[in-house]
Design a binder for this molecule. Sequence first.
Ligand code: 13P
Ligand code: SF4
Length: 319
Amino acid sequence: QAQDQVYRHAIKGLLKERKATLVAHYYTDPAIQALAEETNGIVADSLEMARFGRDCDADVLMVAGVRFMGETASILSPDKTVLMPTTEATCSLDIACPIDEFSAFCDQHPDRVVVVYANTSAAVKARADWVVTSSIALDVIEHLQDQGKKILWAPDRHLGHYIQHKTGADMILWDAACIVHEEFKAKGLMDMKTLYPDAKVLAHPESPASVLAMADVIGSTSQLINAAVELPDKTFIVATDQGIFYKMQQQAPDKTLIVAPTAGNDASCRSCASCPWMGMNSLQALYESLRDGSNRIQVERDLAAQAMVPLQRMLDFSR
Ligand code: 13P
Ligand code: SF4
């Protein structure tokens, strides 16, 4: 569209002018992902976004994603200005893990190592011993298990259950879920597998156990893209947000990619493989934030210092 072209042009100019770098998640609008690619920014999973944001040489980080990604960038890069197209973009996992309740839960289990998923507030991270993303969650829990640790896991119960099942680690789980991945259904997937018997199933570990049980590859967004590129198979059914198809198809142009079935294309499907909060990152909002320096993400200093400890552990572990 003509208007999108105008925004794209203006954003490119402002990125240069402000010495700003665009750090985008795979679930954002393909137009935003393309802009990140064209301007030496990055399109990545949440772990790579954190690391790239910290390491890149920029005065301003424009983080296109959801709020926890902006907060993490701000904690890791205190000398950079962190902006987001919107501050309204949250995450159902973050919402379902308020700090007061979470802190009380931790207090009830003082003998456990507290491991939280990156999809949480800075306050929840500050209460944790470890922060992990989906790309390293399994490895970190195995590492802690080797040390004989018992674990308190929050907030995603599907990812927690998957790790528990896979490792046999002693874990107690917080009870929250991603509204997008929770909609993927094993029954629909089974029907789809009969239509595409040669297809391999790629699933994000926030999906329900019944879906993960049918998956050939389970991993973070980056790991799923790599699987589509590297596996010799030609067709993939993909259980994660549809935003990933932009990069996956670009990297694996000769593969057929099919979105996994959700609750059905009916009223009960709240998200239909499309995160409503990621969808708030429009070109217009990005342009306005960059133009005005608005939607700045700042984490209070003491809180940032506390949250930095488990975040640093995460980055050191994944090096
Ligand atoms: P990744 O770390 O795999 O990018 O996941 C982030 C996320 O929000 C998935 O829903
Ligand atoms: Fe949160 Fe799910 Fe959206 Fe990821 S897709 S940001 S986990 S609500």
